[in-house]
Design a protein around this ligand. Structure first.
Ligand code: ADP
Length: 400
């Protein structure tokens, strides 16, 4: 079974063709500058097939982009499948499913309408995701399509975790609540953690730390998300590459008055000029910060400390929320690669049964137990694979 996974942005489209049963990746790539001058990248994962690297392909709309993907996949010389018939279904990443979707769904006209209804909650992302779905429907008529939402995994949160302490009407009338994001990643690594530990998801209390350019931590109790650090938008929670994370809303009034800013300008600062970039003044990339700190830049060190401290506090909070924790998972760019940051985050948690194995921790990008053999709480490094999770969900739905 082959599933085409599509992640459509407003002018770009990432794709992967994979077999969810074996986990084999057949090809992946990227369409960029859609509606501008069209650049197409194709990376077949089969030996002897040629890579296309940002070649010129006319893509006035997403439809031509999808067509270019299909042409490459079935190409007589460099393709990885014989014909389009070998694509059993398409899985689409959709950012926001609001309260309408608590799991992945087969795309129907009603589902399209419901995704449209969520546009006010994700004005940049959902329209682009819808464009990608429509383009696929046009180019691949009759092929089943599934929507996989970033928010769906978190719909199991109890009201006490997702409500903001605002006038209740904002929730009732305007759907203002915590939604959470990175759900596909948290769900995937939670599933892998259960497999690594030889347990059923229902038996486990997990804390999943997705630490990348955007970061979120999720409490997963019995296979279900019960709390997560991102909120109504992905601006909440931890300080991130350029996002502030949580802050005292009173700061907005103070800074906006002082610098004569409007709310759009303020939000631009919070989204694009804050986080570890804002604190360090050096970079949003944790590798740059580690290097700058080594060379004596104190603010770069402070930015990383603030981030690590934020993750540590969430681990403590979520262990308390669940009444314990069996395993802590590190994933995404920082979580998979930075041994130093994993150690900084997990050290000092010995009181709650977390004991790292510094040698085992000296690893990157590979499923590994990085806690000591006698650690009561297991610490796991698990590379995330959102595309595989999307393909697995899509296959499950198509098979019924
Ligand atoms: P995104 O949220 O954009 O998907 P990723 O999960 O790919 O991001 O994470 C990207 C981040 O991972 C980079 O900004 C970088 O800071 C961090 N990263 C990658 N490799 C390392 C490393 N070796 N050490 C520390 N941080 C790293």
């Amino acid at each position: 079974m082959n599933i085409l996974v599509i992640n459509a942005g407003s002018s770009s489209l990432k794709y992967q063709l994979l077999n969810p049963e074996t986990g084999d990746l057949l090809a992946k790539g990227l369409c960029e500058r859609i509606g501008i001058d069209g650049k197409f990248t194709y990376k077949p994962q089969v030996e002897g097939k040629k890579v296309l690297d940002a070649i010129d392909v006319a893509m006035p709309t997403h439809s031509e982009a999808i067509q270019a993907v299909l042409n490459a996949l079935v190409d007589a010389e460099n393709g990885v499948i014989g014909s389009m018939k070998e694509i059993d279904a398409v899985g689409h990443r959709v950012v926001h499913g609001g309260e309408a979707f608590n799991k992945s769904v087969l795309i129907t006209d009603e589902v399209m309408k419901a995704i449209e209804d969520c546009i006010p909650l994700a004005p940049l992302h959902n329209p682009a995701n819808l464009t990608g779905i429509r383009a696929c429907q046009q180019v691949m008529p009759g092929v089943p399509m599934v929507a996989v939402f970033d928010t769906a995994f978190h719909q199991t949160m109890p009201a006490k975790a997702y409500m903001y302490a605002l006038p209740y009407e904002y929730y009732e009338n305007d759907k203002v609540r915590r939604y959470g994001f990175h759900g596909t990643s948290h769900k995937y690594v939670a599933g892998r953690a259960a497999a690594m530990l030889g347990k059923k998801p229902e038996e486990l209390k997990l804390i999943s730390c997705h630490l990348g350019n955007g970061s979120s931590v999720t409490a997963v109790d019995g296979g279900k998300s019960v709390d997560t650090s991102m909120g109504f938008t992905p601006l909440a929670g931890l300080p991130m590459g350029t996002r502030s994370g949580d802050l005292d809303a009173g700061i907005l009034q103070y800074v906006m008055n002082k610098y004569n800013m409007n709310i759009d300008e303020m939000l631009n600062v919070l989204n694009k000029k804050s986080g570890v970039q804002g604190v360090s003044g050096v970079s949003s990339d944790f590798r740059d910060l580690e290097n700058a700190h080594k060379e004596g830049n104190e603010r770069a060190g402070l930015a990383v400390d603030m981030f690590n401290y934020g993750v540590k506090k969430l681990i403590g909070a979520y262990a308390a929320a669940m009444g314990g924790v069996d395993a802590i998972i590190f994933t995404a760019g920082v979580g998979e690669n930075s041994a130093n940051q994993r150690l900084a985050i997990a050290s000092g948690l010995e009181f709650m049964g977390v004991k790292m194995d510094a040698e085992a921790n000296n690893v990157r990008g590979k499923e590994t137990v990085i806690s000591a053999a006698d650690s009561k709480v297991k610490v796991l490094l698990i590379p995330t694979n959102e595309e595989l999770m999307i393909a697995m969900d899509t296959a499950a739905i198509v098979k019924g």
